[in-house]
Design a protein around this ligand. Structure first.
Ligand SMILES: C[S@@+](CC[C@H](N)C(=O)[O-])C[C@H]1O[C@@H](n2cnc3c(N)ncnc32)[C@H](O)[C@@H]1O
Length: 322
């Protein structure tokens, strides 16, 4: 059939599972980040925010570290076929630059754009088609936080180059890193991009980047989830705080604090929020290069090379399995 696209949907994103995850997020008062990328409105708001604040979009030096990491990965890969797996691919811009470089080096390229959002994997596929033949592109929808056995779903015949850009801040490291490590075989490579806290003083560094989160575009994006469920803006306040997490990590967290009662009815379940209750909408762990090295090593991932921006706010790490 002309113009149709085959997209593989992993059970973690089947409608009944997504519904259960939504109810679970409300019961636990901790929102799975995937619900901030659900609707067209949320995607548009996130793209506006990304455009305004992402160093990869606004800082030539940051774009430069990605280019260097792509060139280094391509130089190390000796096989003639490479399969890029873009985990949390978003619009696929970075993955496509990587694929282009691999192709220029004479590699036959394959691509699996993987994201929780079907719209994102289709956008990433479209972007990548300038470089990858249609038959070598395998869009894959899954929730990396809850999917079981993703290493069985993402098996490739050729050497895999897995990209994990801008993803680590929004996951509990002890939950996502074992999954990520399970995807990397001894011959494969991982390109890992992390948002960092600048400077020598970790706490001061996290404080310094707080305005990148506590701003009107981010507030607007995060609030969309609650407003779509029936919460009113005047029901409370969205506040950003710095919290201590496991592994000596700090994160910026956003909670909505109710200043008046609100009741939500979803799937015949009632969720009652009282004045003084709160719900966690978002968190973002910030690492330092030492913390990235330590945590990757804990999961048997060895860093071969690394690139850090002059601002010290972003780093890319080329890794292999120990
Ligand atoms: C910060 S963006 C990063 C996009 C891209 N990698 C980049 O660096 O530009 C996060 C992406 O992760 C996706 N995402 C969020 N939660 C996810 C989950 N649980 N499983 C898979 N993808 C997820 C979002 O849809 C979004 O495209």
């Amino acid at each position: 059939m002309p113009n149709t696209v085959k997209v593989t949907i992993q059970p973690s994103q089947f409608p009944e599972k997504v519904r259960r995850d939504l109810l679970e997020s409300l019961r636990r008062r901790r929102v799975n980040h995937k619900f901030h990328y659900d609707s067209l409105r949320q995607t548009q708001k996130w793209l506006a925010l990304h455009q305004a604040y992402s160093p990869a979009r606004n800082d030539a030096d940051c774009r430069g570290i990605y280019e260097k990491s792509f060139a280094a990965a391509a130089a190390r890969i000796k096989t003639c076929r490479v399969h890029v797996i873009g985990l949390g691919c978003g619009g696929g811009q970075k993955d496509t630059r990587l694929l282009k470089l691999l192709k220029h080096r004479g590699k036959e390229v394959f691509y699996t754009p993987c994201d929780v959002s079907a719209a994102m994997v289709l956008t990433a596929r479209q972007t990548a088609l300038s470089v990858v033949p249609k038959g070598n592109c395998f869009p894959f929808v899954c929730d990396l936080a809850t999917a079981e056995d993703i290493h069985k779903c993402l098996v490739t015949r050729h050497l895999s180059l897995v990209t994990f850009f801008g993803m680590i801040p929004n996951f509990e490291p002890q939950l996502i890193l074992p999954k990520l490590a399970s995807l990397i075989r001894p011959r494969d490579f991982l390109l890992f991009g992390a948002n960092l806290a600048p400077g020598n003083n970790y706490a001061a560094g996290v404080n310094r980047i707080l305005p990148q989160y506590d701003n009107s575009l981010t507030r607007d994006w995060l609030m969309t989830f609650l407003l779509d469920l029936g919460v009113d803006r005047r029901d409370g306040d969205l506040r950003f705080d710095i919290e201590n997490g496991r592994f000596n990590l700090k994160r910026i967290a956003a909670h909505f604090h109710f200043r008046r009662a609100r009741q939500l009815e979803i799937d015949s379940e009632t969720f009652k929020f009282k004045r003084g209750d709160s719900i966690q909408l978002f968190f973002s762990y910030r690492y330092t290069p030492e913390r990235v090295r330590g945590i990757l090593n804990r999961y048997d991932l060895k860093i071969c090379e690394e690139w850090i921006t002059k601002s010290e706010e972003e780093g890319v790490f080329l890794c292999r399995k120990l």
